[in-house]
Ligand binder design. Structure first.
Ligand SMILES: C[S@@+](CC[C@H](N)C(=O)[O-])C[C@H]1O[C@@H](n2cnc3c(N)ncnc32)[C@H](O)[C@@H]1O
Length: 258
């Protein structure tokens, strides 16, 4: 089974095969853990009498794709950076960046788009937000010089609670992260709060039609372009422009709004 157009293959025994490049193949044994053990907050005691609920391999991988751990994130981050290139290109172009821009990327993952944005916003600032502490530390190592120079900041936070003041950004973008947000309306309201009036918002994601046959996809929320466009309109975004695009892995959409 191929996962998320990512080169990740899963056998029924829970063995994951990761094809990073045609000549570079890595194998990683992922043992599906009982839900109670794998996802319990370590500080929470196990309640006496509660039963661990077994988690399928596809559910485990869906969770990792939405909030990678340190070990799995080490493989996912470079893979996303490479395989999501066409989505990053479309988002980068739609942002129409200026050197003074204050840009937020939500669900910044491996941080390749953050680096591209920062290469233009030499007089501004870029902020990357991700719910995964592993992705934040990966990006911190990758972008140390940009962080030290004050041109890039990173925050471990959820899309619906971003620790910045109102109207702090003039551009906000997000790529292939929406599937994992607990509530898209809450996140859109948060972006509306953070975006200055007439600022630009770019939402790019793989369409449901390209993901729905993947086994892990039954554990995430899939959207067609119009689903998200309607939610954006009801959340106060205007001047929507949708670009339906294809790369060799999938069909995706890049929606720009203000
Ligand atoms: C499929 S990856 C995409 C990464 C990157 N945007 C790219 O295109 O390469 C999804 C990312 O969204 C992050 N994420 C998932 N749920 C989130 C949430 N509620 N708030 C912020 N980030 C989230 C994950 O940790 C992961 O890094």
């Amino acid at each position: 089974m191929e996962l998320h157009n990512s080169g990740l293959q899963l056998s029924s025994a829970g063995r994951v095969r990761l094809d990073l490049q045609p000549r570079f193949v890595m194998r990683l044994q992922l043992k599906p853990q009982p839900l109670g053990r794998a996802h319990r907050n370590r500080s929470e005691p196990v309640q006496p009498g509660t039963k661990a609920i077994p988690m399928s391999s596809s559910q485990f991988l869906a969770r990792q794709l939405g909030n990678p751990s340190k070990v799995v994130g080490r493989f996912l981050a470079p893979m996303w950076n490479k395989r999501n290139q066409a989505l990053h290109d479309a988002t980068f172009a739609s942002l129409a960046l200026d050197i003074n821009d204050r840009v937020l990327e939500v669900g910044s993952g491996g941080g390749s788009l953050l680096g591209r944005i920062a290469s233009v916003t030499t007089e501004g600032v870029v902020v990357g937000v991700d719910i995964s502490p592993a992705m934040i530390s990966y990006c911190t190592r990758r972008h140390r010089p940009l962080i030290d120079s004050g041109r890039l900041a990173l925050a471990c936070a959820s899309a619906d609670a971003i620790p910045y003041p109102d109207c702090h950004f003039n551009k906000i973008c997000t790529v292939n992260s929406v599937f994992y947000w607990p509530n898209v309306f809450d996140a859109l309201a948060e972006f509306r709060r953070l975006l200055e009036v007439s600022g630009t918002f770019v939402m790019c994601f793989t369409c449901r039609s390209s993901l729905q046959r993947k086994r892990f996809a039954e554990h995430i929320r899939l959207y067609e372009p119009q689903d998200i466009a309607d939610m954006m309109t009801s959340s106060g975004f205007q001047n929507l422009h949708q670009q339906l695009l294809l790369d060799r892995h999938r069909q995706f959409v890049c929606i720009t709004a203000s």
